[in-house]
Design a binder for this molecule. Structure first.
Ligand code: FAD
Length: 291
């Protein structure tokens, strides 16, 4: 289908973009990579009066390591993130995730900010930011605020971002010592959206017990979510296969998949159990330095 009519602006600075979003609140929609929004426009599932294209806004696509955290610009593409060696060295989960998104064209255009702001339960980045207990920096003409990932994804395609805000940064903590992380995605064909995706991060203590755990799930509920019961069950436990199997079962207990073209709900629940255990196993072997 052909999209409905809309106005289009390409501001040259973030301040200008924020002014437009403030002045046209309720009418304007941000355009970043366009790889989620343009299909919606073509299907007329979104019909904004104005598109505010961020392409000419500089300074939003960097990846910086500070003493406190990693700061990934909201307009950093999947490809730019995939190719960042420093980030991948500290958080291998990032490369697992970025490398599995769509195809090269999608990775060249799609952005982490667009992916998180869009809040498609099938998008891969949200589960990762949830597992790592990251946060989102959002800016409006009135100022800036930082929102924890846990609490950010409110419903399908709905987040805590205000219509006048731009998601400017995704912040991830530094990995403590003896930490491993992994994203395992079950997909029908390479490059598909996930049938089930699991982001896992484990920090071990000196005795090999789990000091902290993070688990984020993709595509098995109305929003991406953290499997908090499974995380809690892992803390204090020796990192081994049996514990990971138990955690997978608990994570499935928190999932609410629906039957669709990816498969029946019961199949997805079985896959949550299995893929969670696999992601935890890989995270643990990375924490031990054996993967
Ligand atoms: C063929 C295909 C395969 C794909 N496969 C996958 C996959 O395997 N895994 C996966 O995770 N994704 C996949 N995607 C989605 C892709 O990663 C999108 O690029 C991404 O979800 C959205 O990013 P974008 O920059 O294109 O956002 P846009 O499409 O430009 O915007 C999406 C939404 O977010 C809002 N938005 C965008 N940027 C910001 C911002 N900085 N601040 C506030 N709001 C903002 C827009 O207003 C819009 O509502 C696929 C897409 C296609 C077309």
């Amino acid at each position: 289908m052909i999209p409905g009519q809309f106005e289009y602006v390409r501001p040259g600075s973030l301040d200008e973009a924020l002014r437009i979003l403030r002045d046209r609140e309720g009418e304007a929609k941000i355009l970043s990579g366009g790889y989620s929004l343009l299909p919606l426009l073509k299907l007329r599932l979104a019909q904004p009066a104005l598109l505010v294209d961020l392409q000419a806004v500089g300074g939003l696509d960097g990846i910086a390591r500070t003493d406190d955290d990693w700061r990934i610009g909201g307009r950093a593409t999947h490809r730019r993130i995939l190719e960042h060696d420093g980030l991948a060295a500290e958080w291998p989960i990032i490369r697992d995730t970025a490398g599995g998104i769509g195809d090269p064209q999608v990775r060249n255009w799609g952005t982490i900010g667009g992916s998180c702001a869009h809040a498609d339960p099938g998008s891969d980045w949200p589960a990762v930011v949830l597992a790592l207990r990251g946060s989102f920096t959002c800016r409006s003409a009135g100022g800036e605020r930082t929102l924890a990932a846990r609490g950010f994804f409110l419903d399908t395609f709905q987040t805590a971002i205000d219509a006048t805000e731009v998601l400017t940064e995704v912040r991830l903590p530094h990995a403590p010592g003896r930490t491993g992380s992994a994203y395992v995605k079950l997909e029908r064909r390479a490059g598909d959206f996930a049938t089930v995706g699991v982001a896992a991060v484990l920090t071990l203590d000196d005795s090999g017990r789990i000091a902290s755990a993070g688990i984020g799930l993709t595509a098995v509920a109305e929003t991406p979510f953290a499997a908090t019961d499974a995380e809690a069950a892992l803390v204090g436990v020796v990192a081994h296969d049996e514990a990971f199997g138990v955690a997978g079962g608990i994570a499935a207990g928190q999932a609410r998949p629906t039957s669709d073209s990816h498969g029946p709900a019961e199949y997805k629940l079985a896959m949550v159990r299995e893929i969670t255990a696999r992601a935890l196993r890989l995270a643990a072997s990375r924490a031990h330095g054996t993967a």
